[in-house]
Design a binder for this molecule. Structure first.
Ligand SMILES: Cc1cc2nc3c(=O)[nH]c(=O)nc-3n(C[C@H](O)[C@H](O)[C@H](O)COP(=O)(O)OP(=O)(O)OC[C@H]3O[C@@H](n4cnc5c(N)ncnc54)[C@H](O)[C@@H]3O)c2cc1C
Length: 467
């Protein structure tokens, strides 16, 4: 039997894996390899929390592969060198993988594909990471989209609701040496990750279980529940999707196959959020400068404030004196994840009240989020800062007090992560300064009203100097 290398990257799954499926369908024995080459993603190599996830996800995948008789090979990069050496070691005639869309991955993958093909190796890549590939969706004029709603209208008509591809029931064992996962030292040396495993189970089974739990308990009320951070109103699938432990097609299929029109309507808000994920990838594919440069060029002249290290640390550590901001930042540190509504609030506070460059926040999230994803994180930060595609207008500055009162009305979320405030009555929990503050909890590091006005003036200045 001929051998095909199946190069796994952020598709750490056996179910609905197009590259793996194609290798088997072509009659090859699949040789599954994961290549650890973080330097190839520089400067966006996986941060601390994502490395924790990767470690556990690879363990889970190894065990699933072994259960089917096979073996997941682990090798340290560079990717091209490892692939060449595996071809020599195994006599592989083909290399298959699923496509990624970040600028560094695209550049590397195209060079590897061209080189392999020039040497007569069957190199093929497949679509499996998104609902639709970024180049498959275009405006009427053939251009990339810059606004979400028309993008989603187009994408929603092209959702792939085909049944997902089955996972192989058995895999061959090909004798090629593997490295030990522990030798990669992916786990943090300072163990700040114990809360991560209470919240998440990395791996394909964990992903399937999260989807089941979500469909059983939160799906029906998602349209409103998704905005309330004190409950499990969302799916928690973001790290599973980032690492490709579940395919978006599988989710769409679960939500839409055999559904009645009413159920389909219920699924729409959730599918739309998956659409935002596709939109973020569409943007990074067509505008590869986005991880560092604003989508709206006017913002190149915006006067961000000089970084005050003490204020930045207070934000990172959840000690700003603004309860919902602190609760969010502590949730992030303790669990490796933060609720979407609160991500917007903490990002608005950093970029508008403190007026720090959005990249400061994006970099902190990059290191601390288990779902850190270059496309989604860049879009989330640029959107909140006001400089992204289809962004919230700059003058829309989240008021963390009224946001807290609206979305965490009884203060349950704040109390969970900021226990110093647990005894405060609900009406004071989002602004403890009205009752004179609480001992052990900081006073606000900035005045919300005057910093809001200063941000609006800086924005007006940018607009007037640009016109
Ligand atoms: C400042 C900021 C930074 C962010 N950084 C990231 C990041 O690094 N990685 C990441 O996956 N998401 C990021 N998001 C988007 C969003 O907050 C998370 O995807 C969401 O909170 C994940 O929780 P969930 O899986 O329970 O979401 P659900 O509500 O269950 O949504 C389902 C899926 O849709 C996708 N999705 C939902 N909302 C968005 C969105 N606004 N943009 C893009 N995709 C979305 C995610 O893949 C998510 O798993 C960021 C948002 C902001 C405002």
């Amino acid at each position: 039997m001929t051998v095909a290398i199946v190069w796994l990257r952020r598709d750490l799954r056996l179910f609905d894996n197009p590259a793996l499926h194609a290798a088997i369908r072509a009659g090859h024995a699949p040789l599954l390899v994961y290549i650890h080459a973080p330097q190839e993603d520089a400067p966006w190599q996986p941060g601390g929390a994502a490395r924790w996830w990767l470690h556990h996800s690879l363990l889970a995948l190894s065990s699933d592969v072994e259960e089917r008789g096979g073996c997941l090979l682990l090798r340290r990069g560079p990717s091209k060198q490892v692939i060449d050496s595996l071809i020599a070691e195994s006599g592989a005639v083909a290399v298959y993988w699923n496509r990624l869309y970040e600028p560094a991955s695209r550049e590397r993958d195209s060079a590897i594909k061209a080189d392999l093909r020039a040497r007569g190796i069957d190199a093929q890549s497949f679509a499996g990471h998104l609902l639709r590939e970024p180049f498959a969706i275009k405006t009427g004029a053939g251009e990339p989209y810059r606004v979400f709603t028309p993008f989603w209208r187009n994408l929603a008509q092209r959702l792939d609701s085909n049944a997902p591809l089955a996972a192989p029931t058995s895999l061959p064992r090909i004798s090629v040496d593997s490295e030990s996962l522990d030798s990669w030292k992916l786990l943090p040396s300072i163990r700040w990750d114990h809360g991560f495993s209470e919240r998440f189970s990395p791996g394909e089974r964990g992903a399937a279980k999260s989807l089941d739990v979500f469909l059983d308990s939160a799906f029906e009320h998602y349209a409103n529940g998704r905005d309330l951070p004190d409950r499990r109103g969302t799916s928690g699938l973001s790290p599973h999707l980032h690492f490709g432990e579940i395919s978006p097609r599988r989710i769409v299929h679960r939500l839409t196959a055999q559904s009645t029109p009413a159920q389909r309507q219920l699924a729409e808000p959730y599918l739309r959020e998956l659409g935002w994920r596709d939109f973020a990838h569409h943007l990074i594919y067509h505008f590869p400068h986005l991880p560092t440069d604003p989508m709206q060029r006017a913002f190149e002249a915006f006067e961000w404030a000089a970084i005050d290290a003490g204020q930045l640390r207070a934000w990172q550590q959840g000690r700003t004196g603004i309860p919902i901001v602190d609760a969010g930042m502590r949730e992030l540190w303790q669990t490796g994840w933060m609720h979407n509504r609160v991500r917007m609030i903490v990002a608005s506070f950093l970029t508008k009240n403190l007026r720090f460059h959005w990249l400061e926040g994006a970099r902190w999230f990059w290191d601390t989020l288990v779902d850190a994803d270059l496309a989604n994180n860049t879009q989330g930060w640029q959107w909140t800062a006001g400089c992204g595609a289809d962004a919230a207008p700059y003058f829309r500055i989240f008021n963390p007090v009224s946001q807290g009162e609206r979305f965490d009305a009884n203060g349950a979320y704040v109390k969970r992560f900021v226990p110093e405030l647990a005894k405060l009555p609900a009406k004071a929990i989002h602004q403890p300064w009205v009752v004179g503050g609480v001992s052990g909890y900081p006073q606000p590091i900035v005045d919300l009203k005057s910093t809001r006005e200063a941000a609006l003036s800086a924005f007006a200045l940018m607009r007037s100097s640009g016109s």
